[in-house]
Design a binder for this molecule. Structure first.
Ligand code: ZN
Length: 218
């Protein structure tokens, strides 16, 4: 049992380390990823590295090509970026409105907890903080979609791995700091169970997020 736990621990650590490097663009989009190099750099065997890369492949961040091996997923194109934001603007504000109507103390405290984790400024590696923020933002938005109650819409957005792709466009603290205030506005609307305010807050949040990231294409 200890061997298994140790193995899982290593795979988890390898996953977190590679994820943080991908989000912070230390592994450049489109670049080759060598299992050997990562194993050496992280000082583990190839098995946990392969396991971590398999998981990242499932999240759309890594691509495996037959006979060639692994590479970091290419940066999303401007066209795909516009399409993603169009999709989000169609679906998420309406979902926030519906979620507000179903809001109770339990759900509100879950959302506050997720938003709170994002705002906690832990010390340490900025890259790790940034990647953790990207993941929590994805959880925050996914929870709201869950509370809105349409699983098809929730899955459609989850399958795009939107947050991982958009946060990888730019590695900048502004991307995270401004989003915190916008999440606060959403939480206030949810606390008041005000559907229209939640819809507006979500719309503003997504439009501002788009505007923050657009310079990545210049
Ligand atoms: Zn957000």
């Amino acid at each position: 049992m200890r061997a298994i736990n140790r193995h899982h621990g290593l795979a988890e650590e390898a996953y977190e380390a590679i994820f943080a490097q991908l989000m912070a663009l230390r592994i450049a989009p489109g670049s080759r990823i060598t299992v050997d190099n990562l194993a050496r750099e992280l000082n583990v065997s190839q098995t946990p590295i392969r396991e971590a890369l398999g998981r990242l492949e499932g999240e759309g961040l890594v691509i495996k090509t037959h006979l060639i091996g692994y590479s970091a997923a290419p940066q999303i194109t401007r066209r795909r970026f516009d399409e993603l934001y169009d999709l989000r603007l169609l679906l998420e504000p309406a979902a926030a409105q519906r979620a507000a109507r179903t809001m109770d103390e339990g759900r509100l405290s879950v959302l506050k907890e997720v938003a709170g984790v994002m705002s906690r400024r832990q010390g340490g590696d900025e890259r790790v903080r940034y990647s953790a923020f990207a993941r929590q933002d994805s959880v925050f938005h996914d929870r709201i979609l869950e509370y809105a109650g349409n699983e098809l819409i929730r899955k459609t957005l989850a399958n795009q791995h939107t947050h991982f792709h958009i946060f990888r466009l730019m590695f900048h603290s502004r991307v995270t700091e401004e989003a915190l205030d916008e999440h606060e506005a959403l939480l206030a609307a949810f606390a008041a169970r005000d559907g229209r305010a939640a819809k507006r807050a979500m719309n503003d949040h997504i439009e501002r997020s788009r505007d923050r990231l657009l310079p990545a294409f210049e």
